[in-house]
Ligand binder design. Structure first.
Ligand code: NA7
Length: 495
């Protein structure tokens, strides 16, 4: 939201959200990247928070950001071509353009377990972690969920807690992060090459500088395959998935890599039953978001960590003193929900967004989200969605994709200004054919074979639609650019 605390104001444009996307709307990058020192290969949350605070101060953004404000509704009035935004603080703001920058993974999902309200211990959700931190010393902790967050949280909690019981529904494939401080030489080299690195990211499939290969996993000998996979494991991180060209499109190629990770789990986890439970077996590697960890599997060798397979013995209820599965009862002081998010649409639906004729976004998307380029949706003029469903978003380096959307929207607004246009909206036909294209490319891959949050499968009742665009960041950028160069083809622009 703009301009400090206002009860009723008029603007040309409002931005809803002040995370990475909202901030990119407001600042420029080049000086910043030279002065900021990233210290680790994978920066930790406190460092990222320091960075965001630094950006806000360095570019004097705070005067354009209103914190602690939840947007409750955004309603379009066709007769005056304006959006009216209401907040829980009583503000009413009116603007011609409304940009949502509310994040793809910012509405936590807490499963509605019977008895949850009766639990007398502490309850946390990893997506709403207390700023002051949590002290698990001497506590019996239950962690529900083994996605990326659970996998990163469990080893940390286990170092402090008296005992950690992990309630796992689906095991995940996780690759070691090999996180470490960056050396002075590495930092200098990155700073020298920022322009080139950023360009490579922008043109790459996932918005990351990975070494892609054109070599299929099927065209090498088993010794060569093993050697390449060993090397990739040694380097760690997302690079693993780029070891061969066909891991995410060919089930046989995929199985080689999945078998390799399963063999690593067997090597790392001492108890064979626990190792077996930790091995994913019913979906291809990479079709759920691959996890990257620090000593996740090794953590199960600790005496104070145990694994409960809730597929075999489902959670029946939370009790006042813990949790009961079909087979056993667990006494707990703390329950940590690492149960993810209502991804991609959750935060948009939490606001009452209404377009032409009072149509609610939630109603329009009842069978699944429908957008043109993931940027706009017909019937909602001048509403831009940063990293919306139908764009690469969560299948990419988010900051790269956010930046591209911000640039595209900014250029579009300039173009409209030049032409004295004040209204833009996609044509229904353009939107329909984009949605068909998004589905078509998703089905050329193995992604739809998993029950993932990419498909909304983690939220009961959510329509099963593959939401992100798998066509690749570089290709998508070209497509968006071409559309802009053709005078915003597929969009209706009006004066
Ligand atoms: P994820 O990846 O959605 O993981 C959530 C985990 O919680 C996953 O293991 C789920 O099992 C589990 N879960 C969800 N609901 C339940 C119920 N009802 N019972 C038992 N277990 C449950 O969220 P994260 O926060 O880890 O990561 C989200 C993204 O953030 C990540 O992909 C990165 O992009 C960054 P399931 O697999 O659904 O069987």
């Amino acid at each position: 939201m703009s301009n400090g605390r206002q009860s009723s104001s008029e603007f040309d444009a409002v931005v809803i959200g002040a995370g990475f996307s909202g901030m990119y709307m407001l600042y420029r990058l080049r000086e910043l990247e030279q002065e900021w020192e990233w210290t680790e290969k994978y920066p930790s949350q406190p460092e990222i928070l320091r960075y965001l605070n630094h950006v806000a101060d360095r570019f004097d953004l705070r005067r354009d950001i209103q914190c602690n404000t939840r947007v409750t509704s955004a309603v379009y009035d066709d007769s005056i071509n304006r959006w009216t935004i209401q907040t829980d603080q009583g503000d009413q703001v009116s603007a011609t353009y409304c940009v949502t920058a509310v994040g793809c993974l910012s509405t936590p999902n807490t499963p509605k377990f019977k008895g949850l309200a009766s639990f007398t211990g502490q309850v946390y959700h990893t997506g709403q972690w207390p700023h002051e931190g949590v002290d698990f010393t001497g506590k019996r902790v239950g962690v529900i969920g083994t996605g990326s967050t659970g996998i990163q949280a469990i080893p940390q909690i286990a170092k402090q807690a008296d005992h950690v019981t992990v309630f796992q529904r689906t095991p995940n494939y996780s690759i070691p992060a090999h996180n470490r401080p960056l050396t002075a030489e590495e930092k200098a080299k990155i700073k020298e090459n920022y322009r080139k690195l950023r360009q490579t990211d922008r043109e790459s499939p996932a918005g990351l500088t990975l070494n892609h290969t054109s070599q299929s996993a099927l065209e090498v000998t088993s010794e060569e395959r093993q050697k390449k996979l060993d090397e990739a494991w040694g380097r760690g991180g997302f690079q693993m998935l780029a070891t061969f060209s066909d891991t995410i499109i060919n089930l046989r190629a995929n199985t080689y890599m999945a078998d390799f990770v399963r063999s690593k789990i067997a090597e790392m986890v001492h108890d064979p039953d626990t190792a077996r439970s930790l091995m994913p077996h019913d979906y291809p590697i990479g079709s759920k978001r691959i996890c990257v960890d620090t000593e996740y599997y090794e953590t199960y060798n600790r005496e104070n960590v145990s694994l409960v397979d809730v597929r075999k013995s489902p959670i029946e209820e939370i009790t006042p003193t813990g949790l009961r599965t079909q087979d056993a009862e667990y006494e707990l002081d703390v329950i940590v929900f690492a149960t993810g998010f209502d991804a991609m649409t959750g935060s948009l639906f939490k606001m009452d967004i209404r377009g032409k004729d009072g149509q609610a976004l939630k109603e329009k998307w009842v069978a699944g989200p429908s957008t043109y380029l993931g940027l706009m949706t017909a019937g909602f003029p001048n509403l831009f969605i940063i990293t919306g469903p139908g764009s690469p978003s969560v299948l990419s380096n988010m900051t790269v994709s956010i930046e591209q959307h911000v640039e595209w929207i900014t250029n579009c607004l300039h173009y409209m200004q030049e032409l004295h246009c004040t209204r833009i909206e996609p044509h229904v036909e353009a939107e329909d054919s984009w949605v068909a294209h998004v589905n078509e490319v998703a089905h050329l891959t193995l992604y739809p074979l998993a029950n993932s949050w990419y498909l909304g499968a983690n939220i009961p009742g959510k329509p099963r639609i593959f939401m992100p665009y798998v066509g690749g960041v570089g290709n998508y950028r070209i497509k968006c650019q071409e559309i802009a160069e053709k005078g915003y083809e597929g969009f209706a622009l009006e004066v």
